[in-house]
Design a protein around this ligand. Structure first.
Ligand SMILES: Cc1cc2nc3c(=O)[nH]c(=O)nc-3n(C[C@H](O)[C@H](O)[C@H](O)COP(=O)(O)O)c2cc1C
Length: 189
Protein backbone atom coordinates (compact mmCIF):
# COMPACT_ATOMS: atom_id res chain seq x y z
CA UNK A 1 0.00 0.00 0.00
CA UNK A 2 1.35 3.42 -0.98
CA UNK A 3 -0.11 6.37 0.90
CA UNK A 4 0.34 9.96 -0.17
CA UNK A 5 -0.30 12.45 2.66
CA UNK A 6 -0.73 16.14 1.78
CA UNK A 7 -0.93 18.97 4.29
CA UNK A 8 -2.65 22.11 3.04
CA UNK A 9 -1.98 24.06 6.24
CA UNK A 10 0.99 26.40 6.60
CA UNK A 11 1.21 25.04 10.17
CA UNK A 12 3.36 21.89 10.31
CA UNK A 13 2.37 21.12 13.91
CA UNK A 14 -1.26 22.29 13.81
CA UNK A 15 -4.62 20.53 13.68
CA UNK A 16 -4.33 19.40 10.06
CA UNK A 17 -0.80 18.04 10.52
CA UNK A 18 -1.84 16.18 13.68
CA UNK A 19 -4.84 14.58 11.95
CA UNK A 20 -2.78 13.55 8.93
CA UNK A 21 -0.14 12.01 11.15
CA UNK A 22 -2.65 10.05 13.24
CA UNK A 23 -4.44 8.75 10.12
CA UNK A 24 -1.29 7.67 8.30
CA UNK A 25 0.95 6.37 11.11
CA UNK A 26 1.45 2.75 12.23
CA UNK A 27 0.25 0.95 9.10
CA UNK A 28 2.10 -2.28 8.45
CA UNK A 29 3.85 -2.61 5.09
CA UNK A 30 3.02 0.92 4.00
CA UNK A 31 5.12 3.20 1.87
CA UNK A 32 4.22 6.70 3.12
CA UNK A 33 5.05 9.98 1.39
CA UNK A 34 4.20 13.27 3.08
CA UNK A 35 4.20 16.75 1.57
CA UNK A 36 3.51 20.17 3.08
CA UNK A 37 2.03 22.22 0.25
CA UNK A 38 3.32 25.38 1.92
CA UNK A 39 6.91 24.23 1.19
CA UNK A 40 6.21 23.70 -2.51
CA UNK A 41 5.98 25.99 -5.52
CA UNK A 42 2.56 25.36 -7.02
CA UNK A 43 1.38 27.91 -9.54
CA UNK A 44 -2.30 28.45 -10.22
CA UNK A 45 -3.84 26.62 -13.19
CA UNK A 46 -3.37 28.85 -16.25
CA UNK A 47 -6.32 27.37 -18.18
CA UNK A 48 -4.07 26.66 -21.18
CA UNK A 49 -5.71 23.24 -21.73
CA UNK A 50 -2.33 21.69 -22.59
CA UNK A 51 -3.37 18.81 -20.31
CA UNK A 52 -6.33 18.07 -22.58
CA UNK A 53 -4.03 17.35 -25.52
CA UNK A 54 -1.19 15.85 -23.50
CA UNK A 55 -0.86 13.45 -20.62
CA UNK A 56 0.31 16.06 -18.11
CA UNK A 57 0.35 19.75 -17.18
CA UNK A 58 2.45 22.33 -19.02
CA UNK A 59 3.59 24.07 -15.83
CA UNK A 60 6.90 22.66 -14.69
CA UNK A 61 6.70 23.25 -10.97
CA UNK A 62 6.35 21.11 -7.84
CA UNK A 63 3.04 19.65 -9.05
CA UNK A 64 4.99 17.46 -11.47
CA UNK A 65 6.39 15.12 -8.78
CA UNK A 66 2.99 15.20 -7.08
CA UNK A 67 1.26 14.02 -10.28
CA UNK A 68 3.68 11.09 -10.32
CA UNK A 69 3.05 10.36 -6.64
CA UNK A 70 -0.72 10.47 -7.17
CA UNK A 71 -0.45 8.05 -10.08
CA UNK A 72 1.64 5.66 -7.98
CA UNK A 73 -0.37 5.96 -4.73
CA UNK A 74 -3.07 3.55 -3.62
CA UNK A 75 -4.47 6.16 -1.25
CA UNK A 76 -4.29 9.93 -1.09
CA UNK A 77 -5.02 11.75 2.19
CA UNK A 78 -5.49 15.52 1.87
CA UNK A 79 -6.13 17.86 4.80
CA UNK A 80 -6.68 21.60 4.93
CA UNK A 81 -7.87 24.18 7.42
CA UNK A 82 -10.86 26.31 6.46
CA UNK A 83 -9.84 29.90 5.72
CA UNK A 84 -12.76 32.27 5.19
CA UNK A 85 -15.10 29.45 4.29
CA UNK A 86 -12.93 27.45 1.88
CA UNK A 87 -9.72 25.41 1.82
CA UNK A 88 -6.45 27.36 2.08
CA UNK A 89 -5.24 29.08 -1.10
CA UNK A 90 -2.41 26.60 -1.59
CA UNK A 91 -4.85 23.71 -1.23
CA UNK A 92 -7.15 25.36 -3.77
CA UNK A 93 -4.20 25.74 -6.16
CA UNK A 94 -3.34 22.06 -5.69
CA UNK A 95 -6.97 21.05 -6.31
CA UNK A 96 -7.28 23.20 -9.43
CA UNK A 97 -4.14 21.63 -10.83
CA UNK A 98 -5.75 18.18 -10.47
CA UNK A 99 -7.70 19.25 -13.57
CA UNK A 100 -4.67 17.92 -15.49
CA UNK A 101 -5.77 14.43 -14.41
CA UNK A 102 -8.93 14.71 -16.53
CA UNK A 103 -9.41 14.37 -20.28
CA UNK A 104 -12.27 15.94 -22.17
CA UNK A 105 -15.19 13.53 -22.47
CA UNK A 106 -18.06 13.12 -24.85
CA UNK A 107 -19.73 16.54 -24.82
CA UNK A 108 -19.57 19.85 -22.96
CA UNK A 109 -18.73 19.59 -19.28
CA UNK A 110 -17.97 15.89 -19.56
CA UNK A 111 -14.64 14.49 -18.44
CA UNK A 112 -12.86 11.17 -18.37
CA UNK A 113 -10.39 10.48 -15.55
CA UNK A 114 -6.82 9.68 -16.51
CA UNK A 115 -6.25 7.99 -13.14
CA UNK A 116 -6.29 4.21 -13.32
CA UNK A 117 -6.69 1.58 -10.63
CA UNK A 118 -8.52 1.12 -7.40
CA UNK A 119 -7.53 4.26 -5.56
CA UNK A 120 -8.89 5.63 -2.30
CA UNK A 121 -9.11 9.36 -1.51
CA UNK A 122 -9.62 10.73 1.97
CA UNK A 123 -9.91 14.45 2.52
CA UNK A 124 -10.87 16.60 5.45
CA UNK A 125 -11.03 20.20 6.52
CA UNK A 126 -10.65 21.38 10.09
CA UNK A 127 -12.26 24.60 11.21
CA UNK A 128 -12.79 26.67 14.33
CA UNK A 129 -16.53 27.24 13.88
CA UNK A 130 -18.50 25.13 16.38
CA UNK A 131 -21.17 24.58 13.70
CA UNK A 132 -18.63 23.88 10.95
CA UNK A 133 -20.16 20.52 10.02
CA UNK A 134 -23.35 22.30 8.93
CA UNK A 135 -21.82 25.55 7.71
CA UNK A 136 -19.13 23.82 5.61
CA UNK A 137 -21.10 20.75 4.50
CA UNK A 138 -20.67 22.16 0.99
CA UNK A 139 -16.90 21.54 1.20
CA UNK A 140 -17.43 17.90 2.16
CA UNK A 141 -19.92 17.38 -0.70
CA UNK A 142 -17.80 19.24 -3.24
CA UNK A 143 -14.66 17.28 -2.37
CA UNK A 144 -16.55 13.97 -2.56
CA UNK A 145 -17.82 14.83 -6.05
CA UNK A 146 -14.32 15.91 -7.06
CA UNK A 147 -12.70 12.60 -6.05
CA UNK A 148 -15.38 10.68 -7.95
CA UNK A 149 -14.89 12.76 -11.09
CA UNK A 150 -11.11 12.30 -10.85
CA UNK A 151 -11.59 8.53 -10.94
CA UNK A 152 -10.94 7.57 -7.34
CA UNK A 153 -12.90 4.37 -6.81
CA UNK A 154 -13.57 5.09 -3.14
CA UNK A 155 -13.57 8.36 -1.24
CA UNK A 156 -14.44 9.78 2.17
CA UNK A 157 -14.61 13.46 3.09
CA UNK A 158 -14.97 15.06 6.50
CA UNK A 159 -15.40 18.39 8.26
CA UNK A 160 -13.89 18.54 11.75
CA UNK A 161 -15.28 21.54 13.58
CA UNK A 162 -14.39 23.16 16.91
CA UNK A 163 -10.69 22.92 16.02
CA UNK A 164 -9.06 25.97 17.55
CA UNK A 165 -5.76 27.69 16.91
CA UNK A 166 -4.49 26.13 20.15
CA UNK A 167 -4.25 22.85 18.26
CA UNK A 168 -6.86 20.94 20.31
CA UNK A 169 -8.01 18.71 17.49
CA UNK A 170 -7.01 15.34 18.90
CA UNK A 171 -9.26 15.98 21.93
CA UNK A 172 -12.35 16.10 19.71
CA UNK A 173 -14.63 13.06 19.55
CA UNK A 174 -15.35 13.60 15.84
CA UNK A 175 -11.65 13.77 15.06
CA UNK A 176 -10.98 10.50 16.88
CA UNK A 177 -13.83 8.79 15.07
CA UNK A 178 -12.58 10.09 11.70
CA UNK A 179 -9.06 8.83 12.53
CA UNK A 180 -10.37 5.36 13.38
CA UNK A 181 -12.52 5.17 10.24
CA UNK A 182 -9.64 6.29 8.02
CA UNK A 183 -7.14 3.94 9.67
CA UNK A 184 -9.57 1.08 8.99
CA UNK A 185 -9.85 2.07 5.33
CA UNK A 186 -6.08 2.27 4.94
CA UNK A 187 -5.62 -1.14 6.57
CA UNK A 188 -8.04 -2.81 4.14
CA UNK A 189 -6.34 -5.63 2.22
C1 LIG B 1 -6.62 33.06 8.07
C2 LIG B 1 -7.55 32.15 8.84
C3 LIG B 1 -8.88 32.09 8.46
C4 LIG B 1 -9.75 31.22 9.10
N1 LIG B 1 -11.04 31.17 8.67
C5 LIG B 1 -11.89 30.30 9.27
C6 LIG B 1 -13.24 30.21 8.83
O1 LIG B 1 -13.67 30.87 7.88
N2 LIG B 1 -14.06 29.35 9.47
C7 LIG B 1 -13.63 28.58 10.52
O2 LIG B 1 -14.44 27.82 11.06
N3 LIG B 1 -12.36 28.63 10.96
C8 LIG B 1 -11.47 29.47 10.37
N4 LIG B 1 -10.17 29.53 10.79
C9 LIG B 1 -9.72 28.60 11.84
C10 LIG B 1 -8.96 27.38 11.27
O3 LIG B 1 -9.63 26.85 10.14
C11 LIG B 1 -8.83 26.24 12.30
O4 LIG B 1 -8.33 26.67 13.54
C12 LIG B 1 -7.99 25.11 11.74
O5 LIG B 1 -8.17 23.95 12.52
C13 LIG B 1 -6.50 25.45 11.71
O6 LIG B 1 -5.80 24.35 11.18
P1 LIG B 1 -4.21 24.22 11.31
O7 LIG B 1 -3.89 24.19 12.80
O8 LIG B 1 -3.85 22.95 10.65
O9 LIG B 1 -3.62 25.39 10.61
C14 LIG B 1 -9.28 30.41 10.18
C15 LIG B 1 -7.94 30.51 10.57
C16 LIG B 1 -7.08 31.38 9.92
C17 LIG B 1 -5.63 31.45 10.34
Amino acid sequence: MRILSINGSPNKVGNTAKLLREITKDHAGVDLDHFDLNDLRIKDCQACYFCKKNQTCAIKDDMQPLYRKIREADALVLGSPVYFGVETAITRAFIDRLYALLSFGDGPGKYVPKIKGDKLAISFVSCGNAKGKEVYANIKDRQLAMWASLGFKDARTFVIDNATSQGNVLELVDAQSMIQECKGLLDRP
